[in-house]
Design a protein around this ligand. Structure first.
Ligand SMILES: NC(=O)c1ccc[n+]([C@@H]2O[C@H](COP(=O)([O-])OP(=O)(O)OC[C@H]3O[C@@H](n4cnc5c(N)ncnc54)[C@H](OP(=O)(O)O)[C@@H]3O)[C@@H](O)[C@H]2O)c1
Length: 215
């Protein structure tokens, strides 16, 4: 299966390597294929194809959205709205504002009554959006390998089949999945990135993940 990753930053690169290890064909999308850090990444990971956003969105049978939250809608425009139609889109983005964190707490440009995922779903209504990978650092996205067992990835989205597919991807990546329901649940899932980052900003501790314990 072909995965098109819109966004060539740390998340795009980490997930490219993960999907490649799981036997998928991967294209990593950027606005500038000559970016030095990307040229280096490609030299070290030649099996990952590099393309512009539009080629990458066309290529992907499943699309991963991994751009900055503030520019996600711009990236979708560049990728071409119709290229998302009917496809599973794994939304890794967070609505992080430009302002610096306050005492380790990131600022968001959305509210608790409207998530970035809802805005994106409105932008590409025919896409089967599934929120995932937003509440952990890129270094832990693939096979995090915690001693306490697989951590929990909170997901949500309107299409049950799409969430089933993403759940099986997450299982192969070393995660348990907690399905929190429809797109509105992103109002609660996106701010988890703020919580996850606090120990990082305050004590430079970035090697943790969430786990939902149940009776
Ligand atoms: N970093 C993490 O560990 C982490 C963890 C969980 C979730 N997230 C979320 O995942 C997303 C990706 O994060 P990241 O750290 O990998 O990278 P990032 O720096 O947030 O985003 C990089 C991507 O955004 C694109 N971009 C920048 N400005 C743009 C514009 N004006 N129009 C269109 N595209 C633009 C870049 O394009 P070019 O390729 O052309 O430069 C690049 O592909 C973010 O929403 C972040 O909050 C990050």
């Amino acid at each position: 299966m072909k995965i098109g990753i819109i966004g060539s930053g740390p998340v795009g690169q980490a997930l490219s390597k993960g999907f490649l290890s799981e036997g998928y064909e991967v294209m990593l999308g950027t606005r500038k294929i000559t970016k030095p850090e990307l040229v280096k990444f490609h030299a070290e990971n030649a099996a990952v194809a590099i393309g512009n956003f539009s080629d990458t969105a066309q290529f992907g049978e499943i699309i991963v959205l991994a751009t900055g939250g503030l520019v996600a809608e711009e990236a979708i425009k560049l990728a071409g709205h119709s290229n998302f139609s009917g496809k599973i889109v794994i939304d890794t983005t967070n609505p992080i504002a430009k302002e610096p964190p306050v005492n380790g707490v990131l600022k968001c440009f959305t509210s608790l009554d409207e998530s970035l995922m809802e805005r994106i779903q409105k932008e590409i209504p025919d896409a089967k959006l599934v929120k995932a990978f937003n509440s952990v650092g890129n270094a832990l996205m693939y096979r995090p390998g915690f001693k306490g067992g697989p951590p929990s990835m909170f997901i949500c989205g309107n299409d049950d089949q799409a969430k089933k597919k993403v759940t099986s991807i997450l299982r192969s990546f070393g995660w348990e999945t907690e399905d929190m329901g429809k797109v509105e649940a992103a109002r609660a899932i996106e701010p988890l990135c703020m919580l996850w980052c606090i120990p990082g900003f305050l004590s430079n501790h970035w090697a943790h993940a969430f786990k939902l314990l149940k009776k």
